[in-house]
Design a binder for this molecule. Structure first.
Ligand code: ASP
Length: 350
């Protein structure tokens, strides 16, 4: 990934800003993933923790590359990448999700298929092991787009998805993080990152930096046939009020795909919702004729800050262009194209 002041853009979309000019047939399938954005500073990240994040991202990308190379559909590749991120407790989605104020987990997820604009989402689920699979099931089998709360869990079980006990999602680090958030003056904390987790576990009395980390996970894909898809999943924000829903399951806010672009976001959900951030990128491309990079940069660096939005996003377009960027200190992220080697980044100077 090329160096960039505040975002990391792959060479295919280097700072020249143009979309990949190749005809779509010649463009290789591509997968991009994120594991959350925030204040991720080298100085506060242990070497072991950093290596763990990088290894996990690279592994998921390598497996996604195999799927892309054998011609899997964009939707399948995006959902599988997010399912894997949900399974990894380093990230705030599925296992390892953050706690609500009343020490529970309420998980949100969404999926969207670009060519058909079919979509599915769940919010506030507490028992289905993989919320992203529940979102897919909603899309494919419910006749609806979004289900919430216990009814969404029940629906997922009817679709034979795996059930776990609510406590299964928790980890000691996340609980320590909750305690820190509850002890802090401002209460609600948007986060989970390596250094914050470590700090929380080591010194639970230390106040958490609210600007630290947004830990949602997501994937965007352009497959061999030029189809686009996006998937996003999250535990939300540490110490959130029970019933709070952020942008991640809201189509057009934290997740969106059409025939032109697929987007997955991470950050202060309320701001992304107010901006309809993911859809805004498509609108800028469609209505203002902006190329992918210009549209993404405008949303992340100009429009989001106006409504207090901190975070980032990943996006792919129908030409195979990729953009991964953020207005925070870092974002766990990576991308790979079929036949290529995964590129992984954490900090903003890589
Ligand atoms: N966007 C998520 C939310 O507001 C948080 C995150 O990205 O970590 O629920």
């Amino acid at each position: 990934m090329s160096a960039h002041p505040s975002s990391a853009a792959p060479s295919r979309h280097a700072s020249s800003g143009g979309a990949a000019g190749s005809p779509s047939e010649a463009v290789k399938p591509v997968l991009a993933i994120h594991g959350g954005a925030g204040t991720i500073l080298r100085s506060r990240m242990s070497g072991v923790m950093e290596a763990a994040y990088r290894a996990e991202l690279a592994k998921i990308l390598a497996d996604g590359e195999r799927q892309l190379a054998r011609g899997d559909a964009a939707l399948d590749v995006a959902i599988e990448a997010v399912r894997r991120l949900e399974e990894c407790e380093l990230f705030n989605a599925g296992k390892g999700a953050v706690y609500t104020a009343d020490e529970r987990h309420e998980l949100d997820a969404s999926v969207m298929d670009g060519p058909t604009r079919r979509a599915g989402a769940v919010a506030g689920v507490t028992r289905v092991r993989n919320p992203v699979l529940a979102a897919r099931a909603v899309m494919e089998h419910s006749g609806h787009v979004m289900l919430i709360g216990p009814a969404a869990d029940t629906f997922a079980f009817e679709q034979q998805l795996e059930r776990v006990e609510p406590g299964w999602f928790g980890t000691p680090q996340r609980l320590a993080q909750l305690r820190v958030a509850q002890a802090s003056a401002s209460g609600q904390v948007l986060d989970h990152d390596g250094q914050t987790l470590a700090a929380a576990a080591a010194t639970p009395e230390a106040p958490l930096d609210e600007r630290t980390k947004f830990g949602t996970v997501g994937a965007v894909v352009r497959d061999a046939q030029g189809r686009l898809a996006a998937a996003t999943s999250t535990g939300g924000m540490t110490n959130k009020r029970s019933g709070r829903v952020g942008d991640s399951p809201i189509l057009g806010a934290g997740c969106y795909a059409d025939a032109r672009v697929a987007v997955s976001c991470t950050g202060t959900g309320e701001a992304f919702m107010r901006l309809a951030a993911a859809h805004e990128i498509s609108a800028l491309m469609r209505l203002a004729g902006q190329p992918l990079e210009a549209a993404c940069r405008r949303v992340v660096f100009e429009e989001l800050p106006v409504v207090g939005g901190e975070g980032g996003l990943i996006a792919v377009d129908d030409q195979g262009g990729v953009w991964l960027g953020f207005n925070t200190e870092g974002m766990y992220r990576g991308w790979v194209e079929a036949g290529g080697t995964p590129a992984v980044g954490i900090y903003k100077d890589e």
